[in-house]
Design a protein around this ligand. Structure first.
Ligand code: PLP
Length: 362
């Protein structure tokens, strides 16, 4: 069977050249006589992998020297707890922007640790837009402001980062990290589960400003304290070695394509192809406000809410090698996740399929 175009929101496609390289090295990594999966995390082979992975990520994202890069486990979901445990220190207060299912979980978890305020929400319109955040909405005494930069389920993205003066911004970038150039220095913490745009599942990347490390209360569990991982170069215990190796290969792939500027341009091209097709369609429509549309996750629904038509579309698409287009149950309809690894040809094939389906159902 040949490979399909997989539009899954995560775990999602990995770049084919990366999979091929991993396959080539699978049984005998660089003459070690072992697979990366079998290498000690203390071996010189693995030390080189993790060191190189961090170096590449720093180069790709232009991460300033006063930030640490941590390779952790537990997913973005564990960060929902780890962040308040480590950051709710001075005033035990934080402000959150509520933009969908993931921010809801982040708020619920943070509430276990302190005084959490939702300063803006787009729940009134089923999270189809990003609310405006003005500086005077933010509590100057908040220990941090949390935003979910790209809302994977709802298909929205913050195109402007709020101005918070001294309050650090913490952002969940699970579904848009490495998709475009961003200014890391605007953030206190950036975190992302790897399984969307970085690597297979099992790895969580945290980019954290140094002054936010080392303030957790002494009763904080060792594994949930950023200081533990920062002091040990993410090698306090056994890290997800194979996922880190795959991340390194993905970082090399992005570098060789020309870095984030080129990646961003490719992502814009892919997204505009698809949005244009949906906007011109008489059968389907995008629920998301134009100015807030994600480049990575593109939900679309039948114009008349015709569930049968949607089911038929998803099934017929699958038969053409266009996989996992079913939308999340909270939005319904379809969702095409078009992360970095989705080739332009995959989007072109989807667009051609939508057009053909539309003709057949006119
Ligand atoms: C997928 C996703 C998560 C959950 O990630 P896990 O690694 O499964 O915990 C959280 N936030 C966003 C924005 C996501 O896309």
């Amino acid at each position: 069977m040949s490979r399909v175009y997989n539009f899954s929101a995560g775990p999602s496609m990995l770049p084919l050249p990366v999979l091929e390289k991993a396959q080539k090295e699978l049984l005998n990594y660089q003459g070690s006589g072992m697979s990366v999966m079998e290498l000690s995390h203390r071996s010189s082979f693995f030390t080189e992998i993790i060191t190189e992975a961090e170096k590449l990520l720093r180069e790709l994202m232009s991460i300033p020297d006063n930030y640490k890069v941590l390779f952790l486990q537990g997913g973005a979901s564990q960060q929902f707890a780890m962040l308040p445990m480590n950051l709710l220190i001075k005033n035990k207060k934080a402000d959150f922007v509520h933009t969908g299912s993931w921010s809801k979980k982040a708020v619920a978890e943070a509430k276990k640790f302190g005084d959490i305020r939702t300063i803006a929400s787009s729940e009134d319109k089923n999270f189809t837009y990003i609310p405006n955040i003005l500086p005077n909405m933010i509590d100057p005494e908040a220990d941090y402001l949390h935003i979910t930069m790209n809302n994977t389920i709802e298909g929205t993205v913050f195109t402007e980062i709020p101005d918070t003066t001294n309050v650090p911004i913490v952002t969940d970038m699970s579904s848009n990290i490495l998709s475009e150039e961003i200014d890391v220095s605007k953030f206190g913490v950036i975190y992302a589960g790897a399984q969307k745009n970085i690597a297979p599942a099992g790895l969580t990347v945290v980019i954290i400003r140094e002054d936010l490390i080392g303030n957790a209360p002494t009763h904080t569990p060792t594994m949930l304290n950023y200081e533990t991982h920062s002091n040990s170069g993410s090698l306090y215990n056994t890290p997800p070695t194979f996922a880190i190796y795959m991340a390194k290969l993905v970082f090399e792939w992005i570098r060789d394509l020309g870095g984030l500027k080129v990646m961003e341009k490719m992502n814009q091209e892919k997204a505009s192809l698809l949005y244009q097709c949906i906007d011109e369609s008489k059968l389907f429509t995008s629920p998301v406000a134009k100015k807030d549309r994600s480049l990575m996750n593109v939900p679309f629904v039948s114009v008349n809410g015709d569930k049968e038509l949607e089911a038929k579309f998803i099934k017929a698409a699958q038969a053409e090698g266009l996989e996992t287009l079913k939308g999340h149950r909270s939005v319904g309809g379809m969702r095409a996740s078009i992360y970095n690894a989705m080739p332009k040809q995959g989007v072109e094939k989807l667009v051609a399929f939508i057009n053909k389906f539309e003709k057949d159902h006119a």
